[in-house]
Design a protein around this ligand. Sequence first.
Ligand code: TEU
Ligand code: CA
Length: 585
Amino acid sequence: TDKHAWWKEAVVYQVYPASFLDTNGDGWGDIPGITQKLDYLKDLGVDVVWSSPIYRSPQADMGYDIADYEDIDPSYGSLADVDKLISELKKRNMKLVMDLVVNHTSEEHAWFLDSRSSKTSSKRDWYIWKPAKYDAEGNRQPPNNWAQILGEANSAWTWDEKTQEYYLSLFTPEQPDLNWVNPAVREAVHDVLRFWLDRGCSGFRMDVINLISKVQDFPDAEVVVKNNAYQPGDKFYANGPRLHEYLKEINRKVLSKYDTLTVGEMPFVRDEDEIMRVVGAQSEELNMIFSFDLVDIDNVPGDFKFTLHPWDATDLKRIVSRLQRLMLERDGWNSLFVENHDQPRSVSRYTDDSDEFRDRGAKLLALMQSTLAGTLYIYQGEELGMRNVPATWDDTEYKDIESINFLKKYKHLHPNDPAKLAQARTILRRKARDNARTPMQWSPAPHAGFTAPRATPWMRVNDDFERVNAQAQIARPQPAPGELSVHAFWKRALASRREHADVFVYGDFEMLDMRDNKVVAFRRWSEKEGFLTVCNFSGDEVVWGGLGDVEVKKWVAGNYDERGLDGREVGKGVKVELRPWEGLL
Ligand code: TEU
Ligand code: CA
C-alpha cells in the first residue's frame, strides 16, 4: 500500500454542534451554524469537519443516543441542511466525517421500541436481554456485576417491567446495547454507513467501536472498586472475541467501496498487538483509532474516571513515543488529539490556564501536536486556548448526564458530608465533560456571539469570553510585539505542518532524554530536512541539557516573543534555557 494518503495528512476539526453556532436564536447550535463558519475553518487550515451526532435523538447523552440514523434532529436542522453543508464543504475542497454511534441506540429507536414490546418480538434479539438472577434472600439481581460507564455506581443492566428481563445498557439506561451477534443488526448498520456515504460524507468517527463484541457468557467482573456493587467490566467487552471479524466485514462490504477516513474510538485497550490488528497497514479494518493514553494520564490506573492522579513529563514522553513508534516502526497509523467533547480543556489539564500563562500553554500544546506524526484532530475552541468552566460554576450548571450522575452518587453515598462533597466538586471541576461543552467563543458580543443577544444559550458561556474569543485573536494576530495569538500560532503551525509534511506527517521520530521530568523534546526528520521540538511542561525555568550530540542550526519558532530566537545559542549539544511553559522549534 502507498504510504501517502489524504487521511494521513488531513487536519480534522471536531464540531460539537450544540455549542458551535446558533443561527436561529433558540440558544442551541445548528447545522447552518457549521456551514456559516466554513471560511473560518478553511482559513485556519482545516481539511475535514467531524461533527458530533446530529441525528434524531432525545438527547439523553447529547445525541450519542440515536433514535433514527437516517434523519436529522429538528433542533439541528434537516437533511437538506446537511446536503447544503456537504456541497459548501466540497466547494472549499473540504470533507465531512459523521459520528457513527452503533454500539447502542437510543431507547427511543424504533428497533428498541419493537424489541422491548414483547419477548416474541422479531427484534427481540437485536438487543441483549437476560433473565434476572436471585440472591440467597430471593432479591432480584442483574445478570452480572458490570457497572454502567456513565453512572459508575449503577448496574450496566436495566430492568424492564413489561417483559420481566434485563437489557444491557453499558452507558446509561437510555442507551441499550445492540446485539452484534445477530447478522441482521450488522446488515442494518452497514446500510446506515451506505446511506451517509452515498449522501457525500467522507468517513466516520466510530463511537466506542471496540465495545461491540461482548463475551457471550457475560461473566462477573473482578472486584477492583471497593464499596461498590458494580465493577468495570471492560475485560469482557473491550476488543471482545469477534471485534475484528465485525470490523473486517464492515470494511469488505462497505468501506472498501468508498474513499474514506475512519477513526475508531477505542477506550480501555492498550495492547500494541491488539491496536495493530485494527490499524496495521495490512489489517483492512480502520485507518486509525483514538487511544486514551494521553487523556487518561491523570486517572488512577484501573480505577474509574473521576479520580485524580499526578503525572509529569516522563509520563507524557512514554505515552507519546509509544504511539509514534507504533505508527512509524510497525506500519500502523495514529490520531493526535488532546481534546474532545468528553475531556476537559487541554490548556487547563496539561498546562497552566491562569491569565499569565494560558496563551503560552495553548501554544505549547499546538507546537507539540503539530510536529508529531499522525492525523491531527482539533476540537472547537482549542485553537483559541479556551479553558475549563470558571470557578463560579455551581452544581446546577452541569448539563452532562455523567456529571449529574456522579454528583447524585456522591450525595447519596456521603449524605451530610461537606468534605466529601467538596472533594467531588473538585474532581468534577477538573474532569467533567462539561468543561469542553461551553459555547464556542466567537467574539466579545453578548453570549460570545454564539447566539442572538436576546436568546438564552443552552449552556452558560465561559466568563472569560471578552478576552478569549476568535474575533479578538484574528483581529490582533500579534497581541504583543513578536508574539502570536493562540489562533495565529495554530494557523501558522498547520501551514508549516502542511509545507513540511515529509517530516511532520511522515518523517522519522526520536524522543530525546526520556528521564527529564519537565521537558518533552523530540526530533523529526526526512531525507531532506530535520526539526527539533523542545517543550517545557512546567511552570519553572529550566536549563535543559538533553540534546546529546544533536546539533541545532537555527531556532525557527517559539511560544514567547520570537524576536529573541536569533539571539539563542546554536550548535552541537547546546544547553537550552526555557522559561515557564516555553516551547521552541
Ligand atoms: O465515549 C466513550 C467513552 O468511553 C468515554 O469517552 C467516556 O465518554 C468517558 O470516559 C466518560 O467520561 C463515547 C462518546 O464520545 C461519549 O460522548 C458518549 O457519551 C459515549 O461514547 C456513549 O456513546
Ligand atoms: Ca439553533
